[in-house]
Ligand binder design. Structure first.
Ligand SMILES: CC(=O)SCCNC(=O)CCNC(=O)[C@H](O)C(C)(C)COP(=O)(O)OP(=O)(O)OC[C@H]1O[C@@H](n2cnc3c(N)ncnc32)[C@H](O)[C@@H]1OP(=O)(O)O
Ligand SMILES: O=CC(=O)O
Ligand SMILES: [Mg+2]
Length: 562
């Protein structure tokens, strides 16, 4: 089926909502097939049952932040030592997803979904999170697209190239990543309050797709999910209860739904066993979400000027704290019988420069070889052009074995300590680092405000997680007036210096994108928001949360901004 959403006509129709549910997003008859009364009732049930737990978990995050801001550092919890020392394992891996050596990721856009499912990767992670700007249109179209993908009818006609896209016979297995616990969905009010974004993403997708998915993709299991940005096992416990609730509603066996949790916050690295334990009947492993992890390192240590990061480009997987995190994740997952997934290299193919392209591909190759040799069971690719390299690295090492869960135990990683996991990354800070953060942060935000959540910038993939690093690093350098020690000039970062950098980088952006695009785009608005966040007295928790209201469009009353 080709997707044709209708043109906006005010006040023509409203969604058939159950009591206490108000849909304030644009009406579209295609969206109405997703926002059915029954599906909305299911989302409302989830919201009513779990909102108190979510609120409490978010309060606990704040409390932890207060402790870190008063000088504490994250560490292993003595009260859950019995879980870390225990001999338990997670439920066995569903055969349909035993082999996940290469997973492609991408936003829930129609053409990309088809391309990703046809890409030759074992898994496609369809993203409502880092790679998606969560506007009403993007979210709802995403649900329509996923429903068509799961029932196999999805097509896309690229009119400019007169090319029709449809699914191959063999496709990747679908995982869906809902938003993090912290993001609201302002277009759906439940009992007068914005719904929890991830419960909307999960609830709508699960409701419409569980039956078909289990028949056609999961061989009796599923649907499958990725769970982002958790900081504590209590958050995993909520997901586990949500899954049980959904299984009950659907009348399917407990343990049908499976999820891989991204370990992408610093506090969560000390909770990996506990997170798997909470989800032990629903787990298919953990993943090294390296970009958010770096962001989280800065955020966690926002009040620790002795733990400043060097230039963003220097904080790679070779840094001791990053290697320790990946090694401990592998050991933990394999001890518990589940996948230890690697992460995303930021390089993407460079079409117009063969030499630069070869260098970029070589960096990806090295990153994937490091992962598979360390014991990871699979990895992420940002672009279909990277799949052959990732496949080659993993298959070259694993051969026909679907994974390394049983073969690589990494007992040596048992000696990894809190100090290893927190070790300050080494490297210098430069003016070019400040400039790059600024240039990338502004352009990413401009894209996000106009509907694109993942973009190519300077031959790298940029999404919400990588943009966060740029933002918080700038904030930290300004806040502590750091010396740009890599330049050898003794220059310190001040608000005035940053102001000049912003001006000059805006000029550069205008030159690079062209006057016309610059004028039509939201660069000036993005610049204002990014500058405000980088110079704020208190660090905002999330870039996308702070600017979310700018993409909220309420209908049918008027197209208001909250
Ligand atoms: C930190 C994290 O959370 S990582 C996970 C979240 N991030 C992501 O998922 C990023 C996914 N990747 C992307 O969005 C894109 O690859 C970008 C933005 C980085 C680059 O996009 P572009 O420059 O437009 O890619 P490019 O023009 O080379 O695309 C070529 C083709 O590949 C397709 N393609 C590119 N990336 C993907 C993808 N991830 N999935 C499916 N298809 C893709 C394009 O649709 C295009 O198809 P076509 O030839 O049929 O028209
Ligand atoms: O979600 C992945 C990450 O690296 O962040
Ligand atoms: Mg992430």
């Amino acid at each position: 089926m080709e997707l044709e959403t209708s043109v906006y006509r005010p006040n023509v129709a409203v969604y058939d909502s159950p009591d206490g549910v108000e849909v304030r997003g644009r009406y579209d008859q295609i969206f109405a097939k997703i926002l059915t009364r029954e599906a909305l009732s299911f989302v409302a049930e989830l919201q009513r049952e779990f909102r108190g737990h979510v609120r409490y978990a978010m309060e606990c995050r704040k409390e932890a932040r207060r402790r870190y801001n008063s000088g504490a550092v994250p560490g292993f919890d003595p009260s859950t030592k019995f879980i870390r020392d225990g001999d338990w394992v997670c439920a066995s891996v569903p055969p349909a997803v035993a082999d996940r050596r290469v997973e492609i990721t991408g936003p829930v856009e129609r053409k990309m979904i088809i391309n990703a499912l046809n890409s030759g990767a074992k898994v496609f992670m369809a993203d409502f999170e880092d790679a998606l700007s969560p506007s009403w249109e993007n979210l709802m179209r995403g649900h329509v697209n996923l429903k068509d993908a799961v029932d196999g009818s999805i097509t896309f006609h690229d009119k400019s190239r007169n090319r029709v896209y449809k699914l191959n016979d063999q496709t990747a297995k679908l995982f869906v990543r809902p938003r993090g616990w912290h993001l609201p969905e302002a277009h759906i009010l439940i009992d007068g309050e914005p719904a929890t974004g991830c419960l909307v993403d999960f609830g709508l997708y699960f409701f419409h797709n569980y039956a078909k998915f289990r028949q056609t993709q999961g061989s009796g299991f599923g649907p499958f999910f990725y769970l982002p940005k958790m900081e504590h096992s209590r958050e995993a416990k909520i997901w586990n209860s949500v899954f049980e609730r959904a299984e009950k509603m659907a009348g399917i066996e407990r343990g049908s739904i499976r999820a891989t949790v991204l370990i992408e916050t610093l506090p969560a690295v000390f909770q990996m066993n506990e997170i798997l334990y909470e989800l032990r009947d629903h787990s298919v492993g953990l993943n090294c979400g390296r970009w958010d992890y770096i962001f989280s390192y800065v955020k966690t240590f926002q009040a620790h000027p002795d733990r400043l990061l060097p230039d963003r480009v220097l904080v790679g997987m070779g840094q001791h704290f990053m290697r320790s995190y990946s090694d401990l994740l592998i050991r933990t997952c394999h001890k518990r019988g589940v996948h230890a997934m690697g992460g995303m290299a930021a390089q993407i193919p460079i079409r117009d420069d063969p030499k630069a392209n070869e260098m970029a591909l070589d960096l990806v190759r090295k990153d994937k070889l490091r992962e598979v040799r360390a014991g990871h069971d699979g990895t992420w690719a940002a672009h279909p052009g990277l799949i052959p390299i990732c496949m080659e690295a993993f298959t070259g090492h694993m051969g026909k074995s679907p994974n390394q869960i049983k073969s690589v135990k990494r007992e040596d990683a048992a000696s990894i300590t809190e100090e290893d996991l927190l070790q300050i990354p080494r490297g210098v800070r430069t003016l070019e680092g400040l400039r790059l953060n600024t240039r990338v942060g502004i352009q990413y935000l401009a894209a996000w405000l106009t509907g694109s959540g993942s973009v190519p910038l300077y031959n790298l993939m940029e999404d919400a997680a990588t943009a966060e690093i740029s933002r918080v690093q700038n904030w930290q350098w300004i806040r502590y007036g750091v010396e740009l020690d890599g330049d050898g000039l003794g220059v310190r970062v001040t608000k005035e210096l940053f102001g000049r950098v912003v001006e000059e980088e805006m000029e550069r952006i205008e030159k690079e994108v062209g006057k016309d695009k610059f004028k039509k785009g939201m660069y000036k608005e993005a610049c204002k928001m990014f500058t405000k966040q980088c110079t704020a007295p208190e660090l905002d928790d999330f870039l996308t949360l702070a600017v979310y209201n700018h993409i909220v469009a309420h209908y049918p009353i008027n197209n208001s901004r909250l």
